[in-house]
Design a protein around this ligand. Sequence first.
Ligand SMILES: [Zn+2]
Length: 110
Amino acid sequence: MTAAPAIRLQRCDACAHVQYPARACCEACLSDRLAAIGADAAAGVLLARTVLHHSNEEKFRAKLPLGVGLVALDEGPVVVCFAPAPHAIGDRVTVRASRGDDGRTVLTAE
Ligand SMILES: [Zn+2]
């Protein structure tokens, strides 16, 4: 059984920096004392959004046009995610984790 999809952040026990994606050590202080923070959703601010009308990836062609965005999570990290809703830059959004067709975790801003 696979774990439920989640936004897997890491919090450094030495300096409290939060990072994404997971790394072997803290990007701020290089400590390896990292605690996993998993949540199925996280709030943040939409920094950028674009709509893709072409993809070289077969699996995305059926989903075009496809909104993609950058969200600054309240915890600090910036994530790339699908952004199907036409939010404006600066809008508050919720990023949710789900399981993609290939079994990987997919992040989507709502
Ligand atoms: Zn640190």
